[in-house]
Design a protein around this ligand. Sequence first.
Ligand code: SF4
Length: 236
Amino acid sequence: MSFNVVQEDIKSLVDGLNYAQKVERSLRLIKEAYEEYGDKLVVANSLGKDSCVVWHLAQTVNPDISGFIVTTRFKPRQTVEFMEKVAADFPQLRVYRNNDPIPDKFYETDPDACCDTLKVEPTRRAIEEMDVRCWVTGLRCTEGRTRTDFQEIEERDKGLVKLNPVLIWHEREIWQYLALNQVPVNPLYSEGYRSLGCEPCTRISSGADERSGRWLGTSKCGGECGIHTRPLKVAL
Ligand code: SF4
C-alpha cells in the first residue's frame, strides 16, 4: 500500500460524514489511487447499484479508467441485457466469464465451489490479464454481516491493493447518488431486489440485512461469493 490516505475509524465515518462529504471523499480516494497506479488501477464492476456508483465516480475522475465485469451462465436475463448495454456504452470495460463444464445444480450441492469456479476464477484471470495493481470495488460495510471488517484501502494479496471507495456509504446514499446523477441501474431493483447475484441464489429480501436474499436457505446465506475473501493473486 503506498498512496497516502490515513486509515480512519470506519464505523465513525459511516454516520459522521454527510452525503456530500462522502462523495468528495470517494472521489479523492479514486483520484489519489489513479495518480499512484495510472492504468494499473482497474474497477471491478459487478453491475450492482454500488458498482454503478463506483464506476460513475471513477469515470468522473478520468474517463480513461478501465474496468472489468465478471458474469456467469446463471445471471438473470435482465442482468445480461443490462450488462450488454453497459459494455456497449463503455468499451473500456472487459467482460470475463468461466464457461468450463460444472456439475448439474452445483449451486445447490456446493455453492462455495460454484462461486469459486464461476466468479473467483474469472476475477483472478481479469486481475492477471489486465496487470492490475489496484482494483476498485463497490463493497460497503453496512451491507451485511460479512462486510463489517473491511478498510477503504487494503492489501489482502501482496502486490494487489484493493480500494473500497464507497465503503462508508449507506444504502440510501447509494440511491441518492444514482438518482441525482441519473445513473441507469439494473431494472430488477424495481421489482424489490436489494442485492443482485445469480438467478438461482438471489431472492427478494426485506429487513436490515441488505444481502439476506443471497444464497437463502444455505449455510452461505447473506454471505460472500469469495472475490472479497479468497486470495486473488495465485498462479493460474
Ligand atoms: S451465486 Fe450461485 S449460481 Fe452464481 S456462482 Fe455462486 S453458487 Fe453459482
